[in-house]
Design a protein around this ligand. Structure first.
Ligand SMILES: Nc1ncnc2c1ncn2[C@@H]1O[C@H](COP(=O)(O)OP(=O)(O)OP(=O)(O)O)[C@@H](O)[C@H]1O
Length: 591
């Protein structure tokens, strides 16, 4: 780091004046590039300009060794000078101003008469010592100025960084007094730009646990209520310690509503579904869509019943999208796919430390995430009885209590439940609570299986042909009436999902050509041939069982349940259930 004496011009001039006053002699001080920074007497008016004949100073700057000249004009250092032999000076002393091994300037003393010369030369040693001390003073000042400048630059860099952060940042000292805050923290906590009196943590955030954590130098995370604002803030406390002593803490703040919005953005915007996306012109589907459209704006809880793959989630999304809640979250949870012990915390959330393994800061439940929006409880028939009670309570009281908390939080959630199971029957067998059933079943919607509306097959086929042509980038030239006929006669145990998979298969197989009867997956044709030959197999259950068995054989499914499910157009969970229901492949294992 090179210090410049010109940056501390007034200090340099004061030093020159002080030396001149002490020694009664003229003084000049030059910067590293031989610019006169300060001067006394006749030199005072020449400050700021380069020293034309500074040969002696140049030499001192180069060697770093002080020079005393008692015969100016005749000394060998004066040889290059244009005024040699004609010099006005009687004597000259020059000492370097040094920072470590670098020379940053020169202090020069010049006498113009005998008396001054005498004073200079009489006491050389103490004079040099005195000048060295003065040089050190200048260096100290230059370093201080430079360090201040560096500190200011660093501070403004840090302030810029702090203000760029998406979190509010609050710095407190060991007395919990706020020493700094970034712009966002100012906004979040309503801190005036120039607070009139000292601000302490308890003025801004209302939580004893947080205060205690700061006092004890511990970390902390959690939701805190603002004191001056109505907002809830998610805070993280990070203690600052030096050699084991608590110096204060950094507190980061995030608007809890903003966090929720982010979650919502990640969950809502991905699939926006409208009624126009539910394909089907059959009378049954038209009636269903009209009914759903009619009830969509209401607040009522809905129960959608239908076999797997009939489009229950699709319908629920379309209803959400046609309601006033569309700008808020649509949160879907498959109650049958989540292990029972996790389901409760998924639905209701938990407070920090409520059980072993609970995450720091706790967890938001789906009910809270769906606040103002819609919660889609898929496979509600798989909900354990003890959680059915809790869900009923939320539906009745419109409040949710996190696990490990005795505080209940108000939630405004519309619940749409769905199931492929016969809930009414489950109520009779005691597997499903009657009170919850009636609460959910305020407005029942039933999606008919595809085999009961086979007239929708051609339009759905066209829909999937267009879709997969785009997705797979393999446009097909068409589909023969015979192929459509085959599709329209099949009984579709996997419903629309299965049809979609069959079309995907065909589009991939024909690669640009025409889909014909030959392109159809074997099982669809085989089944129809068998059907023709053996009318007894027209029993649906028998057909379904046989189809599943065939699919498992076809994919030789030792350990590939996923593929079998895909081939059948049903979900993995449904395949499992049906394998169990029909007692298929008892001795085989599927992953
Ligand atoms: N009428 C329809 N029009 C267009 N696509 C449909 C229709 N019905 C279902 N689908 C599509 O079929 C697939 C299965 O639909 P969805 O997941 O909504 O069914 P589900 O009844 O909820 O199934 P599961 O009970 O197995 O979860 C999805 O890709 C969906 O887009």
């Amino acid at each position: 780091m090179l210090y410049y004496l010109r940056d501390i011009k007034s200090t340099v001039q004061q030093t020159a004046d002080a030396i001149a006053a002490a020694l009664k002699i003229e003084v000049e001080i030059a910067d590293v590039d031989l610019i006169r920074v300060a001067g006394t007497g006749k030199y005072r008016s020449q400050c700021g300009s380069p020293m034309m004949d500074g040969f002696v100073y140049q030499h001192v700057m180069k060697t770093g060794i002080p020079v005393i000249i008692d015969n100016p004009g005749f000394n060998e250092l004066c040889q290059p000078c244009s005024r040699k032999g004609n010099c006005m000076e009687f004597a000259e002393v020059a000492i370097p101003i040094r920072v470590d091994d670098k020379i940053i300037g020169v202090i020069g003393l010049v006498s113009f008469d005998e008396e001054q010369t005498q004073r200079l030369l009489d006491n050389k040693q103490s004079l040099l010592l005195f000048l060295e001390k003065m040089a050190d003073l200048l260096v100290g000042k230059a370093a201080e100025i430079q360090q201040n400048h560096d500190r200011e630059v660093l501070t403004s860099q840090l302030v810029t960084v702090l203000n760029l952060l998406r979190d509010g940042i609050l710095l407190v000292n060991d007395q919990q007094q706020v020493t700094h805050h970034n712009t966002l923290a100012g906004k979040l906590l309503d801190i005036e730009a120039q607070p009139e009196q000292a601000l302490y943590l308890y003025h801004l955030l209302d939580n004893k646990k947080l205060w205690l954590a700061v006092e004890r130098g511990e970390t902390f995370s959690g939701n805190i209520q603002g004191k001056r604002v109505a907002t809830q803030l998610y805070c993280d406390v990070m203690p600052i310690k030096k050699h084991g002593t608590i110096e204060g803490a950094v507190i980061t703040l995030r608007d809890f509503q903003q966090i929720k919005k982010l979650v919502k953005a990640a969950t809502v915007n991905d699939i926006e579904t409208h009624f126009s996306q539910i394909v089907g012109d059959s009378r049954k589907m038209k009636e269903l869509k009209a009914m759903a459209l009619h009830v969509a704006p209401s607040k009522a809880t809905l129960l959608i019943q239908g076999e797997s793959g009939t489009g229950k989630e699709l319908l629920a999304r379309a209803i959400h999208q046609s309601s006033k809640r569309k700008g808020h979250a649509f949160i879907a949870i498959n109650c049958g796919a989540i292990p029972e012990n996790l389901l409760e915390s998924e639905l209701f959330g938990y407070e920090e430390g409520s059980f072993t393994g609970a995450k720091r800061g706790g967890k938001l439940g789906k009910f809270e995430l769906a606040h103002n929006g819609t919660l889609f409880l898929d496979e509600i028939g798989d909900m354990p009885l003890h959680l059915q009670v809790k869900i009923l309570r939320v539906l009745q009281e419109r409040r949710v209590e996190r696990i490990g908390s005795n505080r209940s939080i108000p939630v405004d959630v519309r619940v749409i439940a769905a199931t492929h199971r016969d809930l009414e029957n489950m109520v009779k067998t005691g597997e499903f609570r009657e009170d919850l059933y009636y609460r959910l079943n305020v407005i029942p919607l039933t999606i008919p299986p595809l085999r009961e509306r086979l007239e929708d097959v051609p339009i759905l086929t066209q829909f999937y042909l267009d879709y997969y042509s785009v997705v797979t980038d393999r446009s097909v030239s068409g589909i023969t009436p015979e192929a459509i006929e085959i599709l329209s006669r099949y009984h579709w145990p996997g419903n629309v999902r299965e049809l979609g998979n069959v079309i995907e298969y065909c589009v991939t197989m024909v690669a640009g050509g025409m889909i014909t009867a030959d392109t159809m997956p074997q099982r669809i044709k085989v089944e129809q041939e068998a059907e023709m030959q053996n009318p007894s197999s027209l029993n649906l259950k028998v057909l379904e069982r046989e189809t599943i068995k065939k699919a498992l054989t076809l994919i030789n499914a030792e350990g590939h349940k996923e593929d079998a499910a895909k081939l059948l157009g049903i979900s993995r969970a449904s395949l499992y259930r049906k394998i169990k229901e029909y007692g298929i492949g008892e001795n085989r294992t599927f992953s």
